[in-house]
Design a protein around this ligand. Structure first.
Ligand code: ADP
Length: 600
C-alpha cells in the first residue's frame, strides 16, 4: 500500500476528499481484518480438526499397542505352555518306548527261547520245520517291533551303538543261514562271497550290522523272482581308519527306476505305490539302515535299473578285535545244536518265572545243572547251600536287585577271601549305561535278553570250559606257592585257539604283544600314582587277553595283582617287573606257536 501522507493544512474540498479516502482506507482495513479473522477461524477450525484427528489416531495407536502387547504376552505364554507340553510328551514317549520294549521283549524271550529249545530237540524233520517256521515268525514279529522302536529311538537321538569283538565271517554265515529258507522257498540262489584279506576277528556293532544287512538281503529276496542274491565283502584301502570293509548285497530282481532311487531312503516310502500291496513292508527298513550306517560312519549307495537288478553297498570302518575269538563264536553260524556238555551248576537269579524256565531249559540243553533264586536276598541265601560255577543275574528285580546282590557277593568274597564267582548280568536293555552299571557292580560279563541257545553256549564256553578259559580270578594260591608251577602256555587251549583263528593267529599274537605292553605300562603308571582302580582294570584286561590266548601263567599272575588291587593290598614294584618278564616270555612263546606248523 504505497500512498503519500496528506498535506497538514487541508482546504474544505481536500478535507472531503481526504475523509472519503480515509473512509475507504478504513473500510479496506476493516475488510482486511474481517478476512483475516475468517482466515484465522478457518485455520483454527482446520487446526482443531487436525489435532482432533491426531489425538484420535494417537488414541487408536495406543489401544492397538496395548492390544498387541497383550497378544504377544498371550502368545508367549501359549508357546511356553506348548514347549512344556511337548517336553512332557517327549519324556512320556521315551518312557513309553522303554516300557514297551521291555514289556514286549520279556514274553518274546519266552516264545523265542522255548521254540529254540523245541526245534533243537526235534528229530522229525517235518516237526522241526514247523518249529523253525514258528521261530522265524516270532523273530520277524520282534524285528518289526524293533524297527518301530528303533526308528523312534533314532529320531529322538537315543539309539546307541556298541563296540564288541566278533567273528565277521561267522556273522555272515549266520546271515545267509537266516535267509536260506526264504531263498530256497523262492528257488533263488543265496551266495556269500568274502574276498581274501577280510579279517575274521573284528570289533564293531554286530547287531546293528546284521540289522542293516538283514534288511538289504530281505529286500533283495523280496524283489527278486528268479536268479540270485549275493552278499559280497571286500577289504578296501582305508585312509585314516584301521580297517574298511565294503559290504554289497546284489540281486537279479526287478530293479528300481532312477526317480524312485532318490526317495528310497526316506521313511515310509516305497519305490512304487503298488509295492506295499504286492510285496508288503512298511518302507522303514532303508531309512533305518541309512541312519544306522550314518552313525557307524558309512554311507549307503544304490545302483540299479528297472529289470536289471540292484546293488546296495556301503564301506564300513571297523577295527580289528582286541581279543582273539572264542571258539563258540567261531563255531556260530553252523546252526546251534548243543554238541558239547558242560558238567557244571549254574545259579539263575530272575524274578520272572518264564525267564527262569527258559534259562533252565537252555542250560539243561548244554548239560548244566540249574539252581534258582527269584531275587537277590534269595540268591544270597541259596549261595550258602550251592556252589555254582556261574551265576546268571537278572539286573532288575524287586527286592534286592542284580547290582546290589552282586555287590553283596563281592564284598562277602573279599571278607572271606573266597574264590571269585563269575557273575553274568542279564538284561533286556543293552545300552552302554546298563553294561557299565553291570561292570561297576562287580559283574564279569553281560548277556542280553532274549536268551538264546547260542549266546548261552558261548557264555559257558567262556566261563566254564576249564581253568584256562575261565578267567574268573579265584583267590590265587598264596605267595608261597610259586606261580612258576603253572605252565607258561596251556597247550590244549592254544591248539583250540589256533584252529579257531587259522591264519589270523599270527596277527593275534602280534596284536597281543602290543596291547599287553600297553596294559603293563598302564599298570606301572597306576602303581606309581597309587591309583588302584586303574591298576585293577589294566590287570583285568591283561588277564583276559592272556587267558584267551592260553597264556595261563601270565593270566594267573595278573589275577593275583587284580585281586590285591581290589582288596586294597600293597603291591610291590617288583611284582610288575616280574610280570614284565613273564609277559615277554609269553609273547615269545605265542609268536613261536604262530610260526610253527599245525594251525589250520
Ligand atoms: P519295505 O519295508 O517296504 O521293504 P524299505 O525301506 O526296506 O521298506 O524299502 C523301500 C522300498 O525300496 C521298497 O518298498 C521297494 O520299493 C524298494 N526296494 C528296496 N530294495 C529293493 C530291491 N533290492 N529291489 C527292488 N526294489 C527295492
Amino acid at each position: 500500500m504505497s500512498s503519500t501522507l496528506p498535506d497538514p493544512t487541508p482546504t474544505p474540498a481536500t478535507a472531503d476528499r481526504e475523509s472519503a479516502a480515509v473512509r475507504r482506507l478504513r473500510e479496506e482495513l476493516d475488510q482486511e481484518r474481517g478476512s483475516r479473522r475468517e482466515a484465522q477461524a478457518v485455520l483454527d477450525a482446520v487446526l482443531e480438526a487436525t489435532s482432533q484427528d491426531l489425538y484420535q489416531k494417537n488414541q487408536e495407536l495406543s489401544r492397538l499397542n496395548a492390544e498387541l502387547e497383550a497378544r504377544v504376552r498371550e502368545r508367549t505364554s501359549e508357546a511356553a505352555r506348548a514347549v512344556a507340553a511337548a517336553e512332557r510328551a517327549d519324556a512320556a514317549k521315551s518312557e513309553f518306548l522303554a516300557r514297551m520294549s521291555h514289556e514286549i521283549r520279556t514274553p518274546m524271550n519266552g516264545v523265542l527261547g522255548m521254540l529254540d529249545v523245541l526245534r533243537s530237540g526235534l528229530s522229525d524233520p517235518r516237526q522241526a520245520g514247523y518249529a523253525d517256521t514258528a521261530h522265524a515268525c516270532a523273530a520277524s514279529l520282534l524285528s518289526i517291533i524293533d524297527d518301530i522302536l528303533d526308528f523312534s529311538k533314532i529320531e529322538a537321538g537315543k539309539l546307541e551303538l556298541e563296540t564288541l569283538d566278533f567273528d565277521l565271517h561267522a556273522l555272515m554265515r549266520r546271515l545267509i543261514l537266516l535267509w536260506n529258507r526264504e531263498a530256497e522257498r523262492k528257488h533263488l540262489s543265496l551266495e556269500l562271497a568274502i574276498a581274501e584279506g577280510v579279517p575274521r576277528a573284528v570289533a564293531g556293532d554286530p547287531t546293528r550290522l546284521m540289522q542293516v544287512l538283514g534288511n538289504l538281503v530281505s529286500n533283495a529276496l523280496k524283489f527278486t523272482a528268479q536268479g540270485f542274491v549275493c552278499v559280497r565283502l571286500e577289504r578296501e584301502p582305508a585312509a585314516g581308519a584301521e580297517l574298511v570293509v565294503r559290504f554289497a548285497v546284489e540281486d537279479s530282481g526287478i530293479g528300481i527306476a532312477r526317480e524312485a532311487q532318490r526317495t528310497l531312503f526316506t521313511a515310509f516310502t516305497q519305490a512304487e505305490a503298488s509295492t506295499s500291496r504286492r510285496y508288503g513292508g512298511s518302507g522303514l527298513g532303508l531309512a533305518i539302515s541309512k541312519q544306522l550306517l550314518g552313525m557307524m560312519g558309512a554311507e549307503i549307495e544304490v545302483s540299479s535299473a528297472p529289470g536289471r537288478g540292484s546293488r546296495f553297498s556301503f564301506a564300513l570302518p571297523l577295527t580289528l578285535a582286541s581279543r582273539p575269538l572264542a571258539v563258540a563264536d567261531a563255531a556260530a553260524g553252523a546252526g546251534t545244536r548243543p554238541e558239547r556238555r558242560f558238567d557244571v551248576t549254574v545259579l539263575v537269579v530272575d524274578d520272572n518265572e518264564v525267564n527262569r524256565e527258559v534259562a533252565a531249559v537252555i542250560l539243561g540243553a548244554w548239560g548244566c545243572r540249574v539252581a534258582f533264586a527269584a531275587e537277590g536276598h534269595a540268591a544270597l541265601e541259596r549261595l550258602r547251600a550251592v556252589r555254582p560255577a556261574l551265576i546268571l543275574m537278572d539286573c532288575h528285580m524287586p527286592g534286592l536287585d542284580g547290582f546290589d546282590c552282586t555287590r553283596a557277593i563281592r564284598s562277602q568274597e573279599s571278607a572271606t577271601q573266597g574264590a571269585r564267582l563269575p557273575i553274568v548280568g542279564v538284561s533286556a536293555s543293552t545300552s552302554r549305561e546298563e553294561r557299565v552299571r553291570c561292570a561297576a557292580s562287580g559283574m564279569d560279563d553281560f548277556l542280553p535278553k532274549p536268551l538264546s541257545l547260542e549266546a548261552i553256549g558261548a557264555l559257558l564256553q567262556r566261563w566254564c570250559a576249564g581253568a584256562p578259559s575261565a578267567p574268573a580270578p579265584a583267590r590265587p594260591a598264596p605267595a608261597s606257592a610259586p606261580p612258576a608251577a603253572l605252565a607258561l602256555l596251556d597247550d590244549a587251549h592254544l591248539a583250540e585257539m589256533r584252529a579257531a583263528a587259522g591264519a589270523d593267529f599270527a596277527h593275534l599274537a602280534a596284536r597281543f604283544a602290543q596291547s599287553s605292553r600297553e596294559q603293563l605300562a598302564a599298570m606301572q603308571g597306576a602303581l606309581r600314582r597309587q591309583d588302584l582302580p586303574v591298576l585293577r582294570q589294566a590287570a583285568h584286561k591283561l588277564r583276559g587277553s592272556a587267558s584267551a590266548l592260553g597264556g595261563t601263567a601270565l593270566a594267573a599272575r595278573c589275577a593275583d595283582i587284580e585281586w590285591r588291587a581290589r582288596a586294597g593290598e600293597a603291591i610291590a614294584a617288583g611284582a610288575l617287573a616280574e610280570l614284565e618278564t613273564l609277559r615277554e616270555s609269553t609273547c615269545r612263546a605265542l609268536t613261536g606257536a604262530a610260526a610253527a606248523p599245525g594251525g589250520r
